[in-house]
Design a binder for this molecule. Structure first.
Ligand code: G6P
Length: 608
């Protein structure tokens, strides 16, 4: 979604704002803008439609500089991408940037229009700017006006504000959208994601829901939603060591695909004993309560949801615990029945996805035994609000299409399954999973070496508009993930089916124009899957098989098979994900799409 950056310093902060926007661009890239203030001068604002590079060109034509400023990269919700809708929005000597949705913007707009305010955009954000100006006219005090504005607005927001009357002060607030305050030396910064500020600091205060703050160069005052002064500790950002550039790779997505061996090793570090898992990583309370868990509900969105679907197969088979998996946007609005001793698991790369976060908050009053967040961002809202946490250590993921975050989620979920099996004395699974997890990084490396064969296969999609993905058992959600990847970055319509469902409808679509991709490891369902694939071949379908090289013979011209090494059944969903990631990446190259920033999508969806 949108990205926010702000800074107050003695030096020109424009380069800090621009670098912050570049780092946040993966979150939203419809338009971008900055507003800066120098004591004595008014607010100078520059905005541009398109990527941050467009804003940089606009700034070359109209340079601005100042010691206080805010900036924004937008993912349109209200009002199409256009310069007039780009942030910052200004009103009577103040400027505002906003991430989220102001739900009561329509009545507020009407009220402000009746008061004589003129709107120049279709955004909900401009309402905040005028509302603040309206309250400031009554009080001549920015803090009071900001408080009155926050009291009037409903919805989700992270807000940053500057006002000409206070040329060194940033005001900010968060409710439902993330916001951090960065600590510098005689400087302070704001951002919707710490990644935006890693060039200037690795020390952050994380605002909590409803917090608002007044931030000057030297001081940072924070209040909670009851207006009590609040202390939010400074935390060091854990991912600071990770490189945030593409290095030798053409795209972040490819870099992140090839980072998976390391990401998996990092996620497993400190979690495996000789032939058992070390449950202390979950924290003392969780460790002692693992045996109490009688049911599991998993809630997530997008790719993270697919990780949950795979885990259901593992948890029910290996730990015999009933497990339900649901997308967060549905779960949060229905009345789920919560049996006694149910654990709620939320899975998220970012830990800021609005629906997942709302689901966690809703679940808090539903009588769960506990809530567990599986997440890649240690300081995220999801991690801070869950009772227990299990961190994936994928490092920052910049490509919008999730890759290493997904496989590390699978690894964390298999580890959790093993911990649950361990508490139930299912030692046969425990020792096997531990060995398989330990061997996994090297096997991932081996499968990634199949890239040249997959690059060739991708050419077959050059003129295709549709594709089917098939899998069975835990590889059905892997097929779903493969289809999602292809849709996201190559814009080819792709559907995944449990292979046994093919004959109940989708078989009607199969002809020589329909590529059918099958995920066919040598597991107990292989024979069943083979029969399903025969149904495709008999109808002239073009089959692309990802199959175990020791089992699947090649020979039939209508079938292209990429052979993967034999692996333990429990980790094969992780390994069979990799060729599907590479396939979608190379198809996107063939199609010439913007791989890292596919149209209409955003990395972190912080609005409902
Ligand atoms: C967006 C991203 C997806 C991601 C989903 C859930 O749609 O584009 O890649 O899977 O959000 O995000 P989360 O951060 O909660 O895993």
């Amino acid at each position: 979604m949108c990205g926010i950056v702000g800074a107050t310093a003695q030096r020109d902060i424009t380069p800090i704002l621009l670098e912050g926007l570049r780092r946040l661009e993966y979150r939203g890239y419809d338009s971008a803008g900055v507003a800066v203030l120098n004591p004595g001068d008014g607010i100078q604002r520059v905005r541009a439609v398109g990527k941050v590079a467009e804003l940089e060109s606009a700034l070359q034509a109209t340079p601005v500089n100042g010691t206080l400023g805010i900036a924004h990269t937008r993912w349109a919700t209200h009002g199409k991408p256009a310069e007039r809708n780009a942030h910052p929005h200004i009103s009577n000597g103040l400027a505002v940037v906003h991430n989220g949705i102001i739900e009561n913007h329509a009545p507020l707009r009407k009220r402000l229009q009746d008061l004589g305010f003129e709107f120049t955009s279709e955004t909900d954000t401009e309402v905040v700017a005028h509302l603040l100006a309206h309250h400031y006219a009554d009080s001549a005090n920015v803090l009071d006006a900001f408080r009155a504005t926050l009291a009037d607005i409903h919805g989700a927001y992270a807000l940053a504000v500057i006002h000409e009357s206070e040329p060194h002060t940033l005001y900010c607030s968060r409710m439902g959208s993330p916001l951090v305050i960065g600590e510098g030396c005689g400087e302070h910064y704001l951002a919707s994601d710490p990644l935006a500020l890693l060039q200037v600091t690795d020390r952050f205060r994380y605002l909590e829901e409803g917090d608002y703050a007044r931030v000057t160069r030297e001081q940072c005052e924070i209040w909670d939603r009851q207006h009590n002064s609040a202390s939010r500790p400074v935390a060091r950002y854990e991912h600071a060591a990770h490189s945030l550039d593409k290095g030798e790779y053409r795209h972040f997505m490819l870099k992140e695909i090839f980072e998976q061996p390391q990401a998996i090793s990092d996620t497993l570090a400190g979690t495996l004993g000789d032939d058992h898992v070390l449950t202390a990583v979950l924290g003392p309370e969780a460790e002692t309560r693992l045996a109490d868990i009688a049911n599991i509900h998993i809630v997530a969105c997008g790719t993270s949801y697919h990780a949950g679907l795979v885990a259901r197969y593992w948890i029910e088979e290996q730990a015999s615990i009933p497990c339900q998996v649901e997308v967060a946007s549905e779960y949060r609005y229905r009345s789920a029945v919560v049996p006694a001793n149910t654990l709620l698991i939320t899975i998220s790369q970012s830990g800021e996805t609005a629906d997942t976060l709302a689901a966690l908050r809703y679940a808090k009053d539903q009588g769960y035994l506990a809530t567990l967040a599986i997440c890649n961002v240690a300081g995220s809202s999801l991690v801070r609000e869950a009772d227990w946490r299990l961190l994936t250590h994928a490092g920052p993921e910049i490509g919008v299409a999730s890759t290493k975050a997904f496989t590390t989620q699978l690894v964390a979920l298999l580890w959790l399954t093993t911990a649950l099996a361990q508490t139930r004395g299912r030692t046969e699974y425990v020792a096997r999973n531990v060995d398989a997890l330990r061997a996994l990084p090297a096997q991932v490396e081996a499968v990634l070496s199949l890239e040249p064969a997959i690059t060739e296969l991708a050419q077959r999609f050059a003129n295709k508009h549709h594709a089917l993905f098939l899998g069975r058992g835990p590889h059905y959600p892997i097929a779903m993930e493969g289809a999602l990847k292809l849709k996201e970055i190559s814009y080819i319509h792709a559907e995944a089916y449990a292979a046994g469902e093919l004959k109940h409808g989708p078989l009607a679509l199969v002809d020589e124009d329909m590529p059918v991709v099958s995920v066919a490891p040598s597991d107990s369902l292989l024979e069943k899957l083979r029969s399903n694939l025969e149904e495709v071949r008999a109808r002239g379908g073009q089959l692309i098989n990802f199959a175990c090289e020791t089992i699947e013979p090649s020979g039939d011209a209508s079938v292209q098979t990429v052979g993967l090494p034999w692996v333990e059944e429990c980790v094969s969903p992780v390994l069979y994900t990799l060729p599907l990631q590479l396939l979608s990446y190379h198809v996107a190259l063939v199609k010439g799409t913007d791989v890292d920033k596919p149209r209409n999508l955003a990395k972190s969806v912080t609005v409902e």
